[in-house]
Design a protein around this ligand. Structure first.
Ligand SMILES: *[C@@H]1O[C@H](CO)[C@@H](O)[C@H](O)[C@H]1NC(C)=O
Ligand SMILES: *[C@@H]1O[C@H](CO)[C@@H](O)[C@H](O)[C@H]1NC(C)=O
Ligand SMILES: *[C@@H]1O[C@H](CO)[C@@H](O)[C@H](O)[C@H]1NC(C)=O
Length: 262
């Protein structure tokens, strides 16, 4: 049976190749060629780090985490679920974890604000406004909504909802102790419908990442993998080998890997 022994030899050869390949691949560089994948979020690289992407592969504040196939990012002290990521358009669709978990009355009131060095809002979004701790006799003009906020620690047990610009509400809004802005994608919106508000929050909103993109394009064109130098605070380029064009060796490179500014 010569054909069987040939097949066995080929198999042995393939296994041998795999054994050789794996260690070569692992020690080829820092690990920035690894892309972040988690649930339906696939193949996200620079400027993000987290999970299988080491710290030096992204901006310090752009840390993605993966828990039970759900991706999270924290922006200005607010934790978001990442619902979608599009590396070509450089967009994330994100939704506030506190409103998802705690309903319309989260225990801690922190506005949605973007770090403008890192993100801009997508081309389309609207503001959903929530007002807390309002005077008991308050009435908002239509269209508005109000829902009970049980045991929220405020003197008033309701949250008032308003859609769009707050300049049309009138002075009522300013008599409330706290207000919150949550961006959503919906345009036609019934703020008196609890289920619709929840669904709109659940659908999230889109942000575009803008950090370090130009430098990264240069690096990728030279055959490298983009990263970020946390100490010198600029985009860096990790090269698999010295074939990167215009690369300058970095004396601080981690032993066992090549790190170049391409
Ligand atoms: C990364 O993000 C997670 C959750 O968003 C956080 O718990 C963790 O501390 C962060 N790690 C670093 C080093 O910032
Ligand atoms: C949220 O933003 C609104 C509008 O900019 C502001 O009036 C409000 O005080 C902020 N609320 C908190 C809790 O920071
Ligand atoms: C360097 O990397 C390039 C692209 O990844 C590859 O084509 C080339 O063969 C490598 N050279 C060496 C010496 O490993």
């Amino acid at each position: 049976m010569p054909s069987l022994s040939i097949i066995l030899h080929i198999l042995q050869f393939i296994i041998l190749l795999k054994l050789i390949q794996i260690p070569l691949y692992l020690c080829s560089n820092e690990g920035c060629e690894n892309l972040f994948s988690c649930g339906n979020i696939k193949q996200i690289g620079f400027p993000f780090w987290g999970e299988n992407r080491p710290k030096g592969c992204g901006y310090p504040l752009l840390n993605l985490t993966c828990i039970s196939d759900i991706s999270y990012i924290t922006i200005n002290d607010v934790k978001y679920q990442v619902l979608e990521a599009n590396p070509i358009l450089q967009t994330l669709r994100i939704t506030r974890e506190d409103y998802l978990q705690e309903g319309l009355c989260p225990s801690k009131h922190v506005n949605t604000t973007l770090d403008t060095d890192l993100f801009v809002y997508g081309s389309y979004y609207n503001n959903l406004n929530f007002f807390y701790d309002c005077p008991p006799s308050i009435t908002f003009p239509s269209p508005s909504g109000h829902f009970p906020c049980p045991s929220n620690g405020y003197s008033d047990d309701f949250v008032y909802t308003w859609f769009g610009s707050t300049s049309n509400i009138g002075p009522q809004a300013f008599s409330c102790q706290e207000s919150m802005v949550v961006p959503i994608l919906s345009s036609l919106f019934d703020v008196s419908d609890f289920a619709k508000i929840q669904n709109a929050i659940k659908d999230g909103f889109v942000v575009k990442w803008i950090a370090g993109i130009e430098d990264c394009v240069k690096c990728q064109k030279s055959g490298g993998f983009c990263g970020y130098d946390w100490i010198l605070k600029h985009t860096t380029c990790y090269c698999r080998n010295q074939s990167c064009s215009n690369s300058v060796p970095d004396s601080n490179a981690h032993p066992g890997m090549s790190k170049y500014f391409c």
